[in-house]
Design a protein around this ligand. Structure first.
Ligand code: NAP
Length: 274
């Protein structure tokens, strides 16, 4: 199952998150995930596991073209030249000819270099080294600025998204602008969200696990979730979400968990990441 990005390329509807795995954990997890059928792998320069992800891709049982590898530029490499260097460093660690999706990890508005950084991304796409380019943790204003200065819109914005922080306005804005919403921390990092009574009730009603109910919610919103698991059984269940559906009222019940203050990670306007 894929979604077509605004640049015409297909992106898998669900992927494996790899933070906070180290190289060896990532190598093992990605190898197992690919054998289960995962095709999208999410890593980042700042995770410190690109070499492990790349090793798993090199050893994978499927061809490179069948995999969709995403990595992200870290904050220390904002600016045109630094971004070009950062990409080459990631590519070397991954051991890949190209990445499928390259994201600016955080906008870091205080440094005001994200527009120059985006110019480098546009060139990397023109060179075919990054097949698709996008952003992460960007606001609509920041996206409008990079698109206005280059004429190239990000294909994807990867943002914190789960029923406890549902980002309705941002998702609607993405849809209006042909940007795919990719959900980080799609399970709300496990703990509280998966124990919510409404999630447990829907799981019981469908004969599914709480995580499967939440991942199905993402798919039905049109978002691309990237749940992290290093556990073979949880990896398997997280992928088995394409053969059932939630009714409109069940989607609405999950929607009631939304809390505008439910953000768990950094705020794009203030977060500093190096
Ligand atoms: N762009 C960004 O700024 C940004 C920020 C944060 C994260 N991310 C990306 O998004 C990915 C996912 O986010 P996340 O890791 O923060 O949170 P998450 O995927 O919502 O939750 C991961 C946690 O849930 C557990 N889990 C996974 N599947 C489960 C299941 N079926 N049942 C119960 N528990 C389950 C995992 O433990 P086990 O491993 O033990 O299964 C882990 O503790 C990251 O790995 C990373 O690739 C991006």
């Amino acid at each position: 199952m894929t979604v077509t990005l605004s640049d015409g390329r297909p992106m898998p509807r669900l992927g494996l998150g790899t933070w906070p795995m180290d190289d060896e954990e990532a190598r093992q997890a990605v190898t197992h995930a690919v054998s289960l059928g995962y095709r999208l792998i999410d890593t980042a320069a700042s995770y410190g596991n690109e070499a492990g992800v790349g090793a798993a891709v090199a050893e994978a049982s499927v061809a490179r073209e069948e995999l969709f590898v995403t990595t992200k530029l870290r904050g220390s490499h904002h600016g045109y030249d630094a971004a070009m260097r950062g990409f080459e460093e990631s590519r070397a660690r991954l051991g890949l000819e190209y990445v499928d999706l390259y994201l600016i990890h955080w906008p870091l508005p205080g440094r005001d270099l994200y527009a120059d950084t985006w110019r480098a991304f546009v060139h990397l796409r023109e060179q075919g080294l990054a097949r698709s380019i996008g952003v992460s943790n960007f606001t609509p204003e920041q996206i409008e600025r990079v698109a206005g200065e280059t004429g190239v819109w990000p294909a994807v914005n990867q943002v914190e998204l789960h029923p406890g922080f549902a980002q309705r306005d941002l998702r609607a804005w993405h849809a209006e602008h042909g940007i795919v919403t990719e959900s980080w921390s799609p399970l709300g990092r496990g703990r509280k969200l998966l124990g919510e009574p409404v999630v447990a009730d829907l799981a019981a009603a469908h004969g599914r696990t709480p995580a499967q109910i939440v991942l199905r919610w993402h798919l039905q919103l049109g978002a691309v979730p990237i749940p992290k698991s290093a556990d073979p059984e949880r990896m398997r269940q997280n992928l088995e979400v394409f053969d059932f559906g939630l009714a409109e009222e069940e989607m609405a019940q999950l929607g009631d968990l939304d809390d505008p203050g439910g953000r768990m990670g950094g705020d794009p306007d203030t977060h500093v990441e190096l």
